[in-house]
Ligand binder design. Structure first.
Ligand code: 0L1
Ligand code: MG
Length: 262
């Protein structure tokens, strides 16, 4: 690690305040060009600790930048990992206050809940398949705290991978009988199709993202517990939303997820 503990605490406070006050900031590597990957995840861990100390709960884990479309959109070639908190959840078909966010974008995600722990290193898609309790759809609202979404990978990891809101759909399905690679997704905003993709857009198979998450945590001596909600990452590029926009995402075999930005 390159940053001292005082700097990690202060950067976590800086980024979390920006989130809670819906205020944008410049990317932290501008002032800390030498920070490394461990520093970035240590800042994210401190943001998580701050939320938990305030009484918030971690609602799930997320994989980000896992689709070829998002990697191209952001000019990167490795995924990132973060978490979503309970207060970020919004009901399917409900409203999301745009004024509480900086510059939100939506992305459609195939999600799972685990029924057994997953631990890397060496975790692979087969091990993940055996640990899936059920599959469900979701829309993630990302809202980078960085001005104009201008960041690098370390800055975005520290910023808890732009987590801000998420909406989970009401259809849960067994993995058996579903092919997550060919599962089609159509995203509509105000009735107009904005993006479409199949699950294979996420690293060839969405559960590959979960295996990578288990291996990432395993390298840090952690595991994914049974009963964990995991978002595997946007299948399409992220689409900007404005006040008044109605978002509806149709997932093959998993129903639809919708919300309005007010
Ligand atoms: O969930 C995501 O893919 C977000 C990753 C962070 C980068 C971004 O804000 O687009
Ligand atoms: Mg996402």
């Amino acid at each position: 690690m390159k940053l001292d503990q005082a700097t990690i605490l202060s950067l976590a406070e800086h980024l979390e305040s920006a989130e809670l006050q819906a205020r944008d900031v410049t990317k932290i590597t501008d002032d800390h060009p030498d920070m490394d990957w461990d520093d970035a995840y240590a800042i994210q861990d401190e943001i998580r600790r701050r939320k938990e100390a305030r009484g918030n709960k971690v609602a799930g884990l997320k994989c980000g930048l896992t689709s070829f479309a998002k990697m191209k959109q952001m000019g990167v070639d490795v995924p990132v990992f973060g978490f979503v908190a309970d207060y970020m959840a919004r009901p399917d078909g409900g409203d999301i206050k745009h004024s509480e966010l900086i510059h939100p974008k939506v992305e459609a995600e195939i999600c799972i809940v685990t029924k057994a722990p997953l631990k890397g290193p060496g975790c692979h898609v087969g091990a993940v398949m055996a640990a899936v309790d059920f599959v469900l759809p979701a829309v993630e609202v990302i809202d980078s705290r960085y001005r104009d979404f201008k960041f690098d990978l370390k800055s975005v990891i520290a910023d808890n991978t732009s987590s801000s809101r998420f909406v989970v759909g009401n259809t849960m399905r067994d993995l058996e009988g579903l092919d997550l690679r060919t599962l089609g997704v159509v995203m509509e905003i105000n009735g107009e199709i904005k993006a479409m993709a199949a699950g294979a857009a996420v690293l060839g198979h969405p559960l590959t993202a979960v295996a990578m998450l288990a291996n990432h945590l395993g390298a840090r001596g952690q595991e994914i517990p049974a009963g964990t909600f995991i978002m595997t990452g946007g299948v399409t590029e992220a689409i900007t939303v404005n006040p008044g926009d109605h978002v509806n995402v149709r997932f093959q075999d998993l129903g639809s997820v919708s919300m309005r930005f007010v």
